[in-house]
Design a protein around this ligand. Structure first.
Ligand code: GLP
Length: 261
């Protein structure tokens, strides 16, 4: 995998937004897989700026959700469907008809998970999947010990993740759902390009384990090592525990411009 160390979160947002803009120039109806959480917000802001300035055209882009809480009422502001509509679909001017995600309010969750995997396949697969990383090494909501071959399914959140995400629910962990639907690790690995973005000291340990540790279900993000085109973009703080940081910097500095991410 390629590891790119950027000075700060804004630079990471700009770099990943440019990769998305370049993809949309090559393939205007590309399917962008988007993540939630705080980390990707600078990407969406940078891409929306490019759309407004005419540098990027997302009018034919399609957007796919990575994961979803189970049991939040339709339209709840913290459902990931609401978040992606608010932070990605609307600012980019993507048609809501071009947005797919799992139904966390379905009566039959098992059927909803299978339907989402089928919808991703019918859409031709994700072209670029943006990922964050949990402090426990999760991607999507694949918590530690998720099968590396898993498909979209229901998962139970760890206490750690519910504490981390309580800030979106007024700081009240009791408001954070216990169950979620997430694309499985096997599902995520089918995207053509994976881009994991991590910023801040709090992610340094998880990043080091994912990039330099063994491939292991206990660190779900380590599954990126199995993907032929995986890019890890980290700011200085999130890179602070990487033993090979000097090598990663030298490699990226010597990379031909035409290659992109
Ligand atoms: C949630 C999401 C993940 C995200 C993670 C980290 O659990 N399901 O997709 O990567 O949070 O979020 P943040 O970027 O806010 O640290």
């Amino acid at each position: 995998m390629e590891v790119v160390i950027v000075p700060d979160a804004a630079a990471g947002g700009e770099l990943v937004a440019e990769a998305m803009a370049a993809l949309l120039r090559r393939k205007p109806d590309a399917l962008l897989g988007v993540a939630t959480g705080s980390t990707p917000l600078p990407v969406y802001e940078a891409l929306a700026r490019k759309v407004r300035s005419g540098e990027a055209d997302a009018s034919r882009a399609r957007v796919a959700q990575l994961d979803e809480y189970v049991g939040l009422p339709a339209g709840h502001p913290e459902s990931y469907r609401s978040v992606v509509l608010r932070e990605v679909v609307e600012p980019l001017g993507v048609s809501p008809d071009s947005f797919i995600g799992p139904d966390g309010a379905a009566d039959d969750i098992v059927a909803a998970c299978a339907a989402y995997d089928a919808a991703l396949a019918a859409a031709g697969g994700v072209d670029l999947q943006l990922l964050g990383i949990g402090t426990d090494g999760h991607i999507g909501f694949n918590e530690p010990c998720s099968s590396l071959a898993s498909r979209t399914r229901i998962k139970t959140l760890t206490e750690r993740t519910r504490i981390d995400n309580a800030r979106f629910f007024g700081g009240d962990i009791d408001q954070v759902p216990r169950h979620v639907i997430t694309q499985g690790i096997g599902t995520i690995l089918e995207a053509r390009h994976l881009v994991l973005l991590a910023t801040g000291e709090g992610k340094a340990e998880a990043v080091a384990q994912a990039v330099e540790g063994p491939v292991a279900a206990v660190v779900p993000a380590s599954a990126l090592q199995l993907h032929p085109h995986a890019t890890v973009v980290v700011d200085e703080a999130a890179a602070s525990k990487l033993k090979l940081a000097a090598y990663f910097r030298a490699t990226y500095a010597a990379k031909p411009d035409w290659q992109g991410l």
